[in-house]
Design a protein around this ligand. Structure first.
Ligand SMILES: [Zn+2]
Length: 89
């Protein structure tokens, strides 16, 4: 079976690109080593639209992206611009 490049996302929202067999659905995250689930590639999504092949994975992908930007905003708010001060020691 040929290897193909797929994207995987773990519960922490890390995106891992991995060359795997077509039937591999889960790998360990390259960042936190948690379980990462395969997500639909952007190319496939554009070509075929939402065909229902991986509805769960697509929903998860959406949720992860929303969650990631929400967390990023929260971090930005918590730390604020004043904490980014390399000279302030
Ligand atoms: Zn991870």
């Amino acid at each position: 079976m040929a290897l193909r490049m797929f994207e995987f996302v773990c519960d922490n929202g890390h995106i891992t690109e991995r060359l795997v067999k077509d039937d591999v659905r889960e790998v360990s995250c390259s960042v936190c080593e948690g379980l990462a689930s395969r997500i639909m590639s952007a190319v496939r999504c554009n070509l075929e639209g939402i065909t229902g092949d991986f509805p769960g994975a697509y929903r998860k992908w959406n949720n992860v992206h929303r969650e990631a930007s929400r967390v990023a905003n929260k971090r930005r708010n918590e730390h604020g611009p004043s904490s980014i001060d390399p000279t302030g020691v």
